[in-house]
Every structure is written in C-alpha cells, then in structure tokens.
Design a protein around this ligand. Structure first.
Ligand code: C5P
Length: 271
C-alpha cells in the first residue's frame, strides 16, 4: 500500500536571535506558521530502501543518506520505495529538508528522534502555528492567529544557514513579549508583527542583494504592509488580506521578475 503525505513550507513570521550557546547554536524566539504550498512524499513498503525525486526543484537533491528523508526513514526503521516531489526551493529559509523529514516521521514513526535530524524538524512535525524558542526545542501552541494570504518570493539564490549565522554580529537581541496577544483581526496582527523582527534579515540582505530586491517588490504591492524574510533566507513573504490581493501581487511580481519563484498561498495550520 502506498501512503501519500504533504510537507508544507514553514514560514517564520518573526525570528529573534536572543543568544548563543557554548556549542555555537543560536537561541531563537520565533513565530512559525505553515503554508498550503509544499513538497509531497509517497511511501511504498518493500524489502529494499530506494528513493526517487521529481518536481521543479529535483535537480541536485541527493537520493541517499545525505537526504534528511532518508535519515528519517532509517530512524523509523522502515524500508521501501520513497518518492519525493520537490516543489520547494532549497537554501530558502522555508524548511525544505526539515519539513520533508518531519512529514516522513509523521507517516512512518520515529517522531521522538526528530531533533537529531535538525533544529527545525520538531516544529515542522506540528504543522500548526507555534512559538519556537531555545534552538527549536521549546514549542508552544500559538492559536488565535488569523489565517491570512501571503506571497512567497524565492529570488533564485540559495542561502546556507550557517553562513548567515556566521556573519551575524549582534546575537543578544530582545525576545518577543512573554504572552502573544489574542489577535481579533488582520490589522491587529500586522501592527503587532511590525513591532517584531527577523534578526537575520539585515545580515542576509547585505550578503544577498536579491533579498532586498524581493522585499522591495513585496512592499510595493497593495498588501497589509508587512514584507519580511523567512528563516535565514532567502525567501521573503508579504501578507495580504484576501486571495484576490495575493494573486494580483504574485502576478505583478512574476511578470517583472520571471526568474523568481513567486507563490501566492494561505498561511495558517497545515494540519
Ligand atoms: O539544525 P540544522 O542542521 O538545521 O542547522 C544548520 C546550521 O544552522 C547549524 O549547523 C548551525 O550552524 C546553524 N544554526 C544555529 N542555530 C540554530 C539553528 C541552526 O546556529 N538555532
């Protein structure tokens, strides 16, 4: 029997870097949501482990132990044929490998060992709005976030997370306020989000000019007035109140930047 699972893109609506541990890992305070765009995986049990990759971002994806999906399957002690449809770009700050690994553990078992595969894998297991602290090991449900529309832009440049953290100068930034508000409207949420930050954004934009270009393109659209980078980049998102606004913005941006990956989507829970 073949089982099919969806691995949603992870978006950091905020990402505060609040410190660094002795082992080099950074302490974060981040509000994470999930999109209705993502990768797809199929698992067909059998005696041998094998893996195929298809989809728009299949090129360069390893089909062996280097792939987090393969590592997740080994943790789950499962064998068979894995098919991965790679719709999400890599080096993009939207959790590509982590969300694939989390979807695999959800489908096949082994969730207790999620953190061994990467700092973002535990939050990706949840697929729901979550406040993530520590190095991704302290997770707290963030309900009452209004679902909203977004446009994601990956400006066709991959970014390596360690590279961005290495260039980050200030690591002891303020955390988010202790209790998240119960948002009654999009406007309230946006006002609150505007007071928050992605502390990796300026560092990434200085190293990768395309990130600034993507943020400028999103800011020029008629949206809710929030354009920000996700994770360590290079994907940026803008928030919109309606599907029509997000679709129109995505069409406009795609027309002026045909080389970019531009996706309108819904942000919220993918569970
Ligand atoms: O855990 P993961 O493999 O996703 O992290 C990739 C790299 O990003 C780490 O090796 C580390 O250099 C950096 N990182 C960090 N602090 C975090 C998460 C990742 O410094 N909280």
């Amino acid at each position: 029997m073949t089982s099919e699972v969806f691995a949603p893109a992870k978006i950091n609506l905020t990402l505060h870097v609040t410190g660094q541990r002795a082992d080099g890992y950074h302490l974060l305070d981040s509000l994470v949501v999930f999109a209705d765009v993502g990768d797809r995986l199929w698992f067909e049990a059998g005696p041998e482990l094998s893996m195929d990759v298809s989809g728009p971002f299949a090129q360069g994806v390893p089909v062996d132990q280097r792939n987090l999906v393969w590592q997740a399957v080994e943790l789950a002690d499962w064998t068979g044929r894995i098919t991965l449809e790679k719709n999400l770009p890599h080096g993009a700050g939207i959790g590509g490998g982590s969300t694939d690994a989390a979807a695999t553990l959800n489908a096949l078992g082994g969730v207790a060992q999620a953190a061994t595969l990467g700092a973002d894998v535990p939050v990706c297991l949840r697929r729901a709005a979550t406040r993530m602290r520590g190095i991704g090991d302290h997770l707290e449900v963030a309900d009452d976030l209004p679902q909203c529309w977004a446009v994601l832009i990956w400006p066709s440049v991959g970014v390596a997370t360690p590279h961005i953290f290495k260039h980050l100068e200030k690591k002891d930034n303020l955390a988010m306020p202790e209790g998240l508000p119960k948002f009654q409207s999009h406007t309230q949420m946006i006002t609150w989000l505007r007071g928050m930050r992605n502390d990796l954004q300026a560092t990434c934009a200085a190293l990768v000019p395309e990130v600034s270009e993507a943020l400028t393109a999103l800011a020029a659209c008629d949206g809710l007035g929030l354009a920000r980078m996700s994770g360590s980049g290079s994907t940026c998102f803008g928030l919109f109140e309606t599907q029509g606004q997000a679709d129109a913005a995505a069409r406009k941006i795609a027309a002026s930047h045909p080389e970019w990956w531009v996706k309108p989507c819904v942000l919220g829970d993918a569970s």
